[in-house]
Design a protein. Structure first.
Length: 70
């Protein structure tokens, strides 16, 4: 299986939206970002939608990368 890593906002946005995923954080914790709409996400996590720019701001602040299967 081939996987890719990226920090490119356009690539991440496109990959996520094509799969029905949306930017989120744990309820009341804006620094704990997640991707909502993932069928494998932990059900006990209460997610709240956030704007993409806020999600990317935290993503960059924490020097994260998205590892994904094309």
């Amino acid at each position: 299986m081939t996987v890719y890593e990226t920090t490119n906002h356009h690539t991440i946005y496109h990959w996520c939206t094509c799969r029905g995923l949306w930017p989120a954080c744990l309820a009341g914790q804006p620094d704990r970002i997640r991707l909502g709409g993932d069928e494998f996400a932990a059900e006990e996590e209460q997610l709240e939608p956030i704007e993409w720019w806020r999600w990317f701001q935290e993503f960059d602040r924490r020097n994260l990368q998205l590892v994904y299967d094309p």
